[in-house]
Design a protein around this ligand. Structure first.
Ligand code: ATP
Ligand code: MG
Length: 650
């Protein structure tokens, strides 16, 4: 990464100033008011020991911690000396409190099959799975890779690992053989938990065949545990492979959760690879548990009768923290949907909301923009009145997409929380609290408890209101990553080495006078046009605000005069044609001539990671007329690149 040493400011061009107040009846019932947020946030910074002891004290510890934080920059230990178990807190604790009959997981498959697990049933399955893992020789500290569809067994396997102190590494079921093999080797996993197949858009994805192929080059693997999801006729290698249902049937349903140290590793998870080679992010037990517990409860204003749906796959951190750990730690009812959002059509999500009376929906801008592209009719056909809160995560959400989500899905009745965080942060860092703060579409908002953000130059100079710069966090927080698995040097350098004594997130941002932080894109993606540094997010937002544009990705390309020119890749809104000249004029009008695209490429798809994020590094290569280089293994559909490279510039 190269940084100009003199001017690190990112110019702030977008003048988005809509402010949406939370609905009065939501405010009246909210868990936290504005005053409570202010008081608790202050305390979390002034008296972190007291604040975090109170939160951690709501959970079960087999041994109480001696010290809240031990900080030897850049290594933090939280709840030092404490012993606990995340699975115990997510399951046994609720069953012991008489809530065993409450639905924990409500699962729907693409073909419409529905399964339901109460907390007591889920606990029994997790205990059996824990016994089965132990019988296969998995011990505390051993790594277990999970390569599964989004089925309840994925959550059960994660919790079973946590229960015995094994470290899980979930690899998204859509990843290829080589991506799977690389991750197994990096973690040196002993066991792979997979399935015979998964369902996607009506067809079967043969996970076991991929697993078998990967296993040819993964010497650390001893066993495979295979969930029968489809028809159970996958070839099994005797001595190595076992069926999940047989192993669980043979296992007892008594199991005591292991008391592990607060700093015992809980999982390794590889980042999505939007900017480069994925990093194996390591999270540990106590701090991660406390962070996901608190943020799920407060950001989602969680109540006992909510039906909570986070649409993320467990292959991503959002699926870890907000489909499994956070909501189960809070005793919530979680909906899980295995399948594509557009199967059989783009109305599927809204039918799920109606059928299961979903009250909290948490999804990604990429999905919101895809729905928006299809128009208002499909959601309009469903009863969405059960919804009371909407969330967004994964990328900056363009104000236009925010407004659509708020208006069409939320019926202007549901607050929208735009949550900024990363695989590395473990839990939500910046957001508004739904009943406490007004929303500013496009801006994530305020820091969560214990989070102290700042906007800095690369030299560590703190910038004032509205100046764009680098987003950093000034102190450790409980759910932060502890290291990059097997590469502590990379951890030190990438996160704590860029700017002295602060955590460097890799994103560009600005903060307004009210303290709201707006993420302007990744620092790697910032453009330098005639000496002005521009965030990609703002130009993209202006493009998406045009009625003919459904989605946009902006990158720079070398320009002899300006240093860098602006190249925009745009996806037309269904039923519209894009006029390049008109779009240029629109951008000039909306945010200024500086941001006017030099070239516009009308595309039928954008290169995205499998988690749905735009990969601008490849677009930069296409814009510059270069050959595609770098790791393409996390791309959803590599053929998009060839099609784009062959499309003329407008
Ligand atoms: P890699 O680090 O391998 O390039 P990645 O950064 O996409 O991949 P994640 O940890 O899944 O991997 O994503 C975190 C990033 O996603 C953030 O750094 C930020 O760029 C973006 N992001 C997530 N949520 C938001 C949000 N609400 N607003 C703006 N950006 C967001
Ligand atoms: Mg990242």
């Amino acid at each position: 990464m190269t940084h100009p040493s003199t001017n690190d400011h990112i110019d702030n061009l977008l003048h988005e100033n809509r402010v949406i107040a939370p609905p009065a009846d939501f405010v009246a019932r909210a868990r936290l008011t504005r005053e409570e947020y202010d008081r608790l946030y202050r305390r979390s910074l002034d008296d972190p020991d007291g604040f975090w002891s109170d939160v951690a004290g709501e959970l079960h510890w087999m041994r109480r911690w001696d010290r809240v934080l031990d900080w030897q920059e850049p290594h933090a230990q939280w709840f030092v000396g404490g012993q606990t178990n995340v699975a115990y807190n997510a399951l046994d604790r609720h069953v012991a409190a008489g809530r065993g009959d409450k639905t924990a997981i409500l699962w729907e498959a693409e073909d419409g099959e529905v399964r339901r697990y109460s907390y007591a049933e889920l606990l029994r399955e997790v205990k059996r799975a824990a016994n089965a893992l132990t019988a296969l020789g998995v011990e505390q500290g051993d790594r277990v890779t999970l390569y599964l569809p989004l089925i309840p067994e994925a959550a059960i396997a994660m919790l079973a690992c946590a229960r015995i102190g094994a470290i899980h590494s979930v690899v998204f079921g859509g990843f290829s053989v080589s991506a799977l093999a690389d991750r197994i080797n990096d973690a040196q996993s002993k066991l792979l938990v997979t399935a015979d197949a998964g369902q996607r858009r009506g067809s079967l994805v043969n996970l076991k065949a991929n697993a078998d192929e990967a296993a040819r080059n993964t010497p650390s693997l001893e066993h495979m545990l295979v969930v029968c999801r489809a028809n159970c006729d996958a070839p099994m290698q005797p001595g190595r492979d076992l069926w999940w249902h047989e192993a669980l049937a043979a296992a007892g349903d008594e199991h005591e959760a292991a008391a592990v140290d607060s700093e015992h590793p809980l999982f390794v998870l590889y980042t999505s690879g939007s900017t480069g080679k994925p990093k194996g992010v390591l999270h540990t037990t106590g701090g991660y548990m406390v962070g996901t517990y608190l943020t799920t409860q407060t950001v989602f204003d969680l109540r006992d009768d909510d039906v909570y749906w986070c649409t993320a796959d467990v292959g991503w951190v959002t699926g870890h923290s907000y489909s499994v750990y956070g909501p189960l730690l809070n005793g919530a009812t979680v909906l899980m949907y295995e399948g594509a959002p557009n199967h059989p059509d783009w109305g599927r999500f809204w039918q799920l909301v109606e059928r299961h009376r979903v009250s909290i929906l948490y999804t990604a801008p990429t999905a919101i923009r895809s729905f928006m592209r299809q128009g208002d009719e499909l959601p309009g056909r469903c009863d969405l009145s059960s919804l009371r809160l909407l969330g967004s995560v994964g990328e900056p959400i363009n104000p236009e997409a925010w407004m659509w989500y708020y208006r069409v899905i939320g019926g202007e009745r549901c607050p929208v929380v735009d949550t900024w965080w990363q695989t590395e942060t473990g839990a939500i860092m910046l957001t508004t609290l739904p009943g406490a703060h007004p929303s500013k579409p496009g801006s994530a908002g305020l820091p969560m408890f214990g989070v102290e953000p700042a906007i800095m130059t690369h030299d560590g100079e703190e910038l004032g209101p509205d100046d764009g710069g680098l987003l950093v966090i000034k102190r450790p927080w409980p759910s932060m990553l502890r290291t990059v698995y097997g590469d502590d040097e990379r951890y030190r350098k990438s996160y704590w080495g860029e700017i002295p004594h602060v955590y460097f997130a890799g994103d560009g941002a600005r903060r307004d006078a009210d303290g709201y932080v707006t993420v302007m894109g990744r620092v790697d993606d910032v453009l330098n046009v005639s000496g002005h540094r521009l965030g990609t997010m703002e130009i993209e937002s202006a493009l998406v605000a045009h009625p003919a544009v459904a989605e946009a990705a902006v990158v720079g390309r070398p320009d002899e005069v300006k240093g860098e020119g602006v190249v925009a890749f745009v996806l037309p809104q269904a039923g519209f044609t894009v006029n390049a000249g008109e779009l240029r004029a629109h951008v000039s009008r909306e945010i200024g001539a500086l941001a006017r695209p030099d070239a516009i490429i009308v595309a039928d798809a954008l290169p995205k990671t499998r988690s749905g994020k735009i990969m601008r590094r490849f677009l930069r290569q296409i814009a510059a007329g270069k050959a595609i280089e770098g790791d393409t293994s996390t791309l959803e559909d590599p053929s998009v690149l060839e099609r784009l490279a062959a499309t003329p510039l407008g």
